[in-house]
Write a protein that binds this ligand. Structure first.
Ligand code: ZN
Length: 155
């Protein structure tokens, strides 16, 4: 059951160039083994292991790979999935591709700036978007109390 939002072209993010580009060795030393496994090798952390899952403090969630702001705490909600979940990313922060691994068709979410794998998006989220951005906490870097750079142009 593919969601109506699934419109990836089947390409893996690694097939294209991103603004923020490092070699594999540079990524390994920058991220450490756990974050590397998620962001660069499409791994998934165990449910309930991220402290960010239960974090509802105000702030901004940046990409742990490149530091680009991805989500704000205002769009975070408790999906009870065991992973940090959001109903909307920041504008132009993420891209999606179709993920056909594990005999499922899912929509993979990655950072638009560095291509780092963040998680998946499902269409069983709350309004107003109806989307559930199911993220790995390891791919996120929480900055408490901060607001995204262009937050003043939103209503
Ligand atoms: Zn990134």
């Amino acid at each position: 059951m593919a969601g109506s939002f699934g419109r990836g072209d089947g390409k893996q993010p690694q097939d294209k160039d991103f603004d923020f580009n490092l070699s594999d060795d540079e990524w390994r030393s920058r991220l450490g083994p756990e974050r590397y496994q998620v962001l660069r090798a499409h791994g998934t952390e165990r449910a309930g292991t991220s402290p960010l899952d239960k974090n509802y403090d105000p702030g901004v969630y940046n990409c742990a790979g490149c530091g680009q702001p991805l989500f704000t705490a205002e769009t975070k909600y408790n999906s009870r999935s065991g992973w940090p979940s959001f109903w909307q990313p920041l504008e132009d922060a993420v891209e999606t591709t179709t993920d056909r691994s594990h005999f499922m068709v899912r929509t993979e979410v990655h950072c638009k700036n560095c291509g780092g794998h963040l998680g998946h998006v499902f269409d069983d989220g709350p309004q107003p978007t109806g989307l559930r951005y199911c993220m790995n906490g390891l791919s996120l870097d929480f900055h408490p109390g901060e607001t995204p750079p262009d937050s003043d142009k939103k209503g």
